[in-house]
Design a protein around this ligand. Structure first.
Ligand code: F0G
Length: 445
């Protein structure tokens, strides 16, 4: 597939972003030159995946496409029960709907926004327990996505295991700078969870990228195949949630897995109410086919090498320009530290939002704030506090952009960097209670 890119002028973009209330989610995609808003559902599918879509079996129950999908998921992830959903958050909604009670606590290395919101929607509390190294955005520690094991143990002692229906870990840690989680850390979390009799789930969105970081950075895995690393990772867990829009190259799709047949039955009851019959979930047969192909392709180690190296290319060039960026390079995205980029702004002046807007105005590049706009409001009482970090994420769709597109992004960022001291902060004019970053309206201070 080839898609045209429409060029625009700075004056046009100034008007467009003002009309969108300075919220990049409210722009028309055709008004974006390079779209790094997300790597979710935006990847380029292969000829194999498009070919497989043509044989999609759209039977309501027991379609051939379902069995191909189910067998692939079982083979790679190793869980007994597979529940197809239309995307990752639907899997989360079903999982938390059957497990979270109003006083529940769910720890994670760092919850993604939909994970956190789904837990809070059911009255639970989502707690982030990133490792200490994650706080230092400049530390080169190879597994900054790890969970703080001591903090997890303390949480279980302080709150009691009966209040914790699930322990989760997100691979790679998207909201924490796209950093990987080591096999050793996953093994430790599993040991603690099993000791406390708490089910352990992996948010598996970028499992193959995480696995490749394990291969390249964790001693003992140099010669282990991507498929074997994935199998080992999931062997420590009791289930997973997955968005096939990430490490399955699909435009839509997801699933929920468990080894607990009784739990799966309760989940399927909700699935039928909200998504569809258990052999298609929220998906068409052709989507099930595309995912089955994508899950195999993502384990191609040549692809995974290319993926990690091309993200590192952007990070290394940003460092050469002096632009503050989270290191080491993650897999799916580059994270710019907007607090160090715009040190004259307070976190509650949303430096990440300012920077993301300025990058759009400068170069037509769309990124996404991951900071105080996304995580700063407490939905229970409306209080506002600075998030742990204020980052701008430039997520890189899989197999879409070339090095010259990325060079254009680097040039645009450098132009913003050169006039950084003139950049103003922002205020929120209007915002909803949950997931406010998608629809909030902003203005310059
Ligand atoms: N978990 C993680 C770690 C994610 O990154 C996402 C989505 C989800 C769950 C939810 O999956 O979109 O299929 O419902 N992340 C996208 C992003 C939207 O841009 O990072 P979904």
């Amino acid at each position: 597939m080839v898609e045209p890119i429409k060029l625009s002028t700075r004056e046009q973009r100034e008007r467009l972003i003002e009309t969108a209330h300075y919220n990049l989610f409210l722009l028309r995609a055709e008004d974006v030159i390079i779209d790094l808003l997300t790597d979710s559902g935006t990847s380029a599918m292969s000829a194999e995946a498009w070919g497989a879509m043509m044989r999609g079996d759209e039977s309501y129950a027991g379609a051939r496409s379902w069995y191909r999908f189910r067998d692939t998921v079982k083979d790679i992830f190793g869980f007994e029960q597979v529940i197809p959903t239309h995307q990752g958050r639907a899997a989360e909604h079903i999982l938390f709907g059957v497990t979270v009670k109003p006083d529940s606590i769910i720890p994670n290395n760092t919850h993604f926004d939909t994970t956190r919101a789904n837990i809070e929607f059911f009255g639970g509390k989502a707690i982030d327990l990133p490792c200490l190294e994650a706080d230092d955005l400049e530390s080169e520690y190879p597994f900054k996505g790890n969970m703080d094991i001591a903090a997890l143990e303390n949480l279980i002692v302080d709150e009691g295991s009966e209040r914790i229906p699930i322990i989760m870990v997100t691979v790679t840690n998207n909201s924490g700078g796209g950093q990987p989680v080591s096999m050793a850390n996953i093994r430790e979390i599993s040991r603690i969870a099993r000791g406390a009799n708490i089910p352990f789930y992996i948010d598996a969105c970028r499992f193959a990228e995480n696995g490749h970081f394990i291969k390249r950075r964790e001693p003992g895995y140099e010669n282990t195949s991507a498929a074997d690393i994935a199998r080992e990772m999931f062997s420590y867990a009791d289930g997973c949630t997955m968005s096939a829009k990430k490490d399955a190259f699909a435009n839509i799709g997801g699933f929920l897995c468990t080894n607990d047949a009784e739990l799966a039955q309760r989940e399927r009851n909700i699935l039928i109410l909200t998504e569809g019959f258990p052999t298609y979930g929220g998906l068409a047969g052709r989507d099930l086919e595309a995912i089955a192909v994508g899950l195999r392709e993502i384990l191609d180690e040549h692809y995974l090498d290319y993926r990690l190296l091309s993200t590192r290319y952007v990070v290394e060039h940003l460092r050469e320009l002096g632009i503050p960026v989270v290191v080491p390079a993650g897999g799916h995205a580059v994270y710019i530290d907007s607090r160090r980029f715009l040190p004259h702004l307070e976190p509650l002046q949303y430096p990440g939002q300012s920077l993301a807007v300025e990058l759009y105005v400068e170069a037509g590049v769309r990124g996404c704030e991951i900071g105080t706009v996304m995580f700063g409001a407490d939905p229970h009482n409306g209080d506002e506090r600075p998030a742990r970090h204020d980052l701008v994420r430039l997520a890189i769709p899989r197999r879409v952009y070339t090095q010259s597109h990325m060079d254009y992004v680097l040039e645009g960022l450098n132009l913003v960097w050169e006039r950084r001291s003139d950049i103003r902060g922002m205020r929120i004019v209007r915002a909803p209670k949950y997931l406010r970053h998608f629809t909030a309206e902003f203005d310059w201070i």
